[in-house]
Design a protein around this ligand. Structure first.
Ligand SMILES: [Zn+2]
Length: 645
């Protein structure tokens, strides 16, 4: 057996063991019962979420003086006035409002009255003992399943096949990252406190509830105010028609990997809606690598799942299939590779929900949507270039804490001005995006990213501790009262945990009487792996900064000729030409060969170490050697790279 075959065998074995293959018949029955229970509890938990942010929440109405509707959107004010009960009190005209999440979030962001924000925050986040007990029952049952198949906690079971390997290693990464970010948090805290002080001076905080500390009910308001100070009013949509963005992605792929996208006519009956586009991915020499269907526009009846990437058919070797005339031979084109192996062509679907534009028949995207499309194309290209011999390790079928690296790396390219210069052009004036404007926009975006990182780290540790510190002694079924308080206690104690490294512990202290865990639905899907996205953000950052960033900066300094750059037709007619230069192409080739090509067929730590050894002078040889081991120290090193933009 070769290395890949052994890896596939080991993955199967691990999966069987986690699924209880070594258990006796009684325990196996119990294993199935417990898993069924987890599934039905999870459905109950998700069903307990509100369908719409416009529905009134399940909470007592709140009383608001009419005078405090100041600064809210005028249409929303009319709605509130129309839908609330009116009465008079010694505070003047009053409203009794049934709060919806939509109204609540608007008040939290825009109302200058702190007492009103506090009332709304408490109401939106009040404890929900029914959902909290369902959550604890899920945690308890997961813990029992883990014990049954020989693991000390659910986290230990869930992390065994991830890059992180263990809860201890995840803590190592998160605390190292938190330490790295703490200086930026402290500076950000000071900024927010300064804004709060200025507002106090204007007399809006009539109750002066919290003039020198930050409170969660003031969070959205202060962050929004801070954001406004950076804000740029430029509308980038005219630069990003859907067609241009695809052209840009295709050009980027040519420059990185020597492949491009070709739009082709689907056969009758091949697509499920006329708006779906079919793209072939081909090498510069014309070899077909795979098919991407793009279902990108919103339409009536389409599932509101947001942006996603689906594998329809994974790449796998088919010329040595045991069964002759197998399904794969008759099902679409087969790729003949240079080593005479025959592979099934990968087929993927990208789904987004971009609004159809009425403007000049073009669909224009804002920058967030451009990033989303680059992100999803990152997954698609992983599927196209990660053509392994086995379907269960091809492309994106790799550990959950590695799979977002290629997609987040594509987002990094979208934010790079030399890459944008290859395609972003105003469809009315024909001018490219102004570099200064774009820089200002990215700075404004990064200003809120500091707090985002903070809350992502917070939620990651919370998810980990809820799934690893459960003592397992508490049995909801025997006590009859399934709510133990474990989840609230874990949430509360994390708010003052020194892991956040900031002067004041967490930026925002815990608010007594609240618990937002019933809304943290990612606990169900991730179950100890919520850190994965942050982890891949750090990995994508180090790969971008050490391999591509300097090359791109040099291109920018040389002022690349606009005419060469915007001529897409010449890109297709002479596919070998690269606009971003040979160094960029070499970096792309290294990344393809060390990361994308392997899918899940090699230990990602080995792949990462091999890739970073191409820029050893930046990372250091000792660090590269440690990384290849993928242990607690390696996780600590990754955290220490931080998330600087
Ligand atoms: Zn993704």
């Amino acid at each position: 057996m070769n290395g890949t075959e052994r890896r596939v065998g080991a993955l199967f074995l691990e999966d069987f063991e986690k699924s209880g293959i070594n258990l006796g018949p009684e325990s196996q029955k119990n294993f199935i019962l417990l898993n069924n229970k987890i599934n039905s509890l999870s459905r109950k938990f998700i069903k307990g979420q509100q369908d719409s942010i416009f529905e009134p929440i399940d909470s007592a109405p709140i009383d608001i003086p009419v005078s405090k509707l100041y600064n809210l959107d005028s249409q929303l004010c009319s709605f509130i006035l129309d839908s609330s009960t009116k009465y008079k009190s010694n505070q003047g005209d009053m409203l009794r409002l049934n709060l919806s999440r939509y109204i609540g979030q608007h008040i939290l962001r825009n109302s200058p009255f702190e007492d009103l924000r506090k009332k709304v925050y408490m109401s939106l986040n009040k404890e929900n003992s029914s959902l909290q007990s369902t959550l604890e029952d899920i945690l308890f049952t997961r813990h029992k399943v883990a014990n049954l198949v020989g693991f000390s906690s659910y986290s230990v079971l869930a992390l065994k096949d991830k890059m992180a390997k263990s809860p201890k290693n995840v803590e190592s990464f998160l605390s190292s990252l938190a330490k790295q970010e703490s200086l930026r948090w402290d500076a950000y805290t000071k900024q927010l406190l300064q804004i709060q002080k200025c507002l106090d001076a204007k007399g809006f905080n009539s109750n002066t509830l919290s003039s020198d500390t930050l409170q969660l009910w003031n969070r959205d308001f202060l962050i929004y105010k801070n954001q406004q100070s950076y804000s740029t009013s430029i509308d980038f949509r005219p630069y990003f028609s859907l067609g241009r963005v695809f052209m840009g992605i295709s050009r980027l792929l040519t420059n990185l990997y020597g492949v491009h996208l070709e739009s082709v006519e689907p056969s009758p009956g091949e697509i499920w809606d006329p708006s779906v586009k079919k793209l072939e991915v081909r090498t510069d020499s014309g070899l077909l690598l795979g098919i991407i269907y793009c279902d990108l526009l919103e339409r009536f009846g389409k599932s509101p799942i947001g942006a996603a990437h689906f594998n329809v058919k994974c790449s796998r070797r088919v010329d040595d299939d045991f069964f002759q005339n197998s399904y794969s031979y008759t099902n679409g084109p087969i790729m003949h590779t240079t080593n005479k192996k025959v592979h099934q062509l990968p087929v993927v679907v990208l789904v987004c929900s971009f609004k159809k534009s009425t403007d000049n028949n073009l669909t224009l995207l804002n920058f967030d949507e451009v990033e989303t499309l680059f992100h999803e194309m990152g997954h698609a290209i992983h599927s196209m270039l990660g053509g392994t011999d086995f379907q269960n390790i091809s492309g994106t079928r790799c550990p959950m804490d590695f799979v977002e690296l290629p997609s987040i790396l594509m987002e990094k390219f979208a934010s790079s001005y030399p890459v944008l210069r290859m395609f972003a052009k105003n469809y009315i004036t024909g001018s490219p995006i102004d570099k200064g404007d774009f820089k200002k926009y990215i700075e404004a975006k990064n200003s809120t990213a500091i707090y985002d990182t903070h809350s992502q780290i917070f939620m990651s540790i919370l998810d980990l501790r809820l799934h690893s510190n459960f003592n397992g002694e508490f049995d909801p079924a025997s006590t009859g009262n399934p709510y133990s308080g474990f989840s609230t206690n874990t949430l509360r104690s994390l708010h003052s945990d020194p892991v956040f490294g900031s002067v004041s512990g967490n930026i925002f202290p815990y608010v007594h009487g609240t618990n937002w865990l019933p809304k943290f639905t990612h606990l169900i899907g991730y179950g100890s792996s919520y850190y994965a996205y942050l982890f891949d953000r750090v990995l994508a950052g180090i790969v971008f900064n050490s391999l591509f960033s300097k090359v791109l900066q040099n291109i920018h300094q040389e002022k690349v000729d606009d005419n060469t750059i915007v001529d897409f037709k010449s890109a297709n007619s002479s596919p070998k030409s690269t606009y971003l230069g040979d160094d960029f192409r070499q970096a792309g080739e290294a990344y393809k060969n060390e990361i994308l090509k392997w899918g899940g067929g090699r230990d990602p730590w080995v792949s990462l170490a091999k890739l970073l050894s191409h820029c050893e002078h930046e990372i250091g040889s000792t660090n590269i050697e440690t990384l290849s081991k993928g242990n607690e120290k390696a996780m600590d090193i990754v955290g220490s790279w931080g998330l600087s933009p």
